[in-house]
Each structure stands twice: as C-alpha cells, then as structure tokens.
Design a protein. Structure first.
Length: 204
C-alpha cells in the first residue's frame, strides 16, 4: 500500500514537537484531508468535536498484547518502510493506542477492536492462522478485503484505521523530517529553484 503514501503526502501540515506549533495544531490542519469522514477521536483531538472526559492519568491501555502486535504489523503494511522509515519507526502504533485511549468513546474503540477481530476471523478462514501470523502479502490481502467491505464492518474499520496511521505518521518527527524535506522558517529564498529537483513535498 505504499502508493497511498504518495497520495497522502500532497497535503501540507506541520509536525509535532519539533516546530513552532504543537501536534494538535498540526492534526487540525491535516484533518481537513478527510473532511466529513474524519474518525471521531481525530476530530476531537483536532478541536472539531466536543471533547469527552479525557484521560489525564497514565496512558490508557486499549489493546491486549496480541491486539497491539497486530496493530503494529498492520500499521507497517499501510505505511511501510521504504527509503524512509515506516509506521513503526514513527511511533504510529503507540499513537493509535493513545488516540483510542484518551480521545475515543467506547463506540470508537469497538470499531477498531471489532475490525481487528474480523480480520483475525477471516485470516483463520482463509489461511488457517491468526492475522498476526499471516505473511505481509496475506495481511495486505486482508486489509484489501476490509477496504472493499468484504468482511463485517470492514470498510468503516479500514477508513478509521487508515486515518489513524496516516495522521500518526505525518504528524510525527519521522514523517515530517524524513518523509518530507523539512525547511525551517525563515529559510533561504530561491526564486529560480528548478522543479526537477523536487522529489518530495516541502514542509515548514
């Protein structure tokens, strides 16, 4: 699914703790990409929806160990390591659990947990092994089935999960400094910079 990375990277936004604006501001700018389909926890974190009671203590634990491992594996399938680091290196699995633990209500968490369970069930039916034990190619096939709504609740789960991965990645330090060319502001102005030298979107 690496082609998604190229498409999603066409939107400008700022990273988390390395620039002059914080991650919530970055998320608010990025969330416009998803429009009305924005997953509710992301909308709340971006300030677009009323905020429920927020966890202010220790980080909430949402996933069991197998669920956390599956989220980690699937996030890397959505945003894989190529010539730049992937979702795992960017801390996306931890970001997903944080968003679900601190910004989600039960229905939001149930959507993701139910989707993981549906993927597991389909993996057992198709490959006779849980989704975590499936190969990368098999996991891609499972995600494609979800995307095409060919497993129970698949399309809704896939869209929410994809949004979590993409926002987690592109608002991380890795996403902003390595997936994009980071240009601090103020920077040098070059009015004759050749377009042929641009291979990634610039971020400031």
């Amino acid at each position: 699914m690496d082609a998604q990375r190229q498409g999603e990277s066409m939107t400008m936004f700022a990273p988390s703790n390395i620039l002059s604006i914080d991650r919530r501001t970055a998320l608010a700018g990025f969330a416009a990409v998803f429009g009305s389909s924005l997953f509710a926890p992301l909308a709340r974190a971006a300030g677009y929806e009323p905020i429920p009671k927020i966890n202010t203590g220790k980080p909430a634990v949402v996933f069991t160990l197998p669920q956390r491992a599956l989220v980690t594996a699937l996030s890397e399938r959505v945003m894989p390591t190529t010539d730049t680091p992937g979702a795992i290196a960017a801390g996306v699995p931890e970001y997903i659990e944080h968003m679900l633990g601190d910004w989600a209500i039960d229905d939001d968490r149930d959507l993701i947990l139910g989707g993981l369970a549906a993927l597991d069930a389909r993996s057992m039916a198709d490959y006779r092994k849980p989704a975590l034990k499936a190969s990368g190619t098999e996991q891609d096939a499972l995600l494609t089935l979800a995307m095409n709504d060919r497993i129970p609740g698949g399309a809704e789960f896939f869209e929410a999960f994809r949004q979590l991965v993409v926002t987690g990645y592109f608002t991380s330090e890795v996403g902003i400094t390595q997936e994009r060319h980071y240009l601090p502001v103020p920077g040098d102005y070059d009015g004759a910079y050749p377009a042929s030298k641009i291979d990634r979107i610039f971020s400031a």
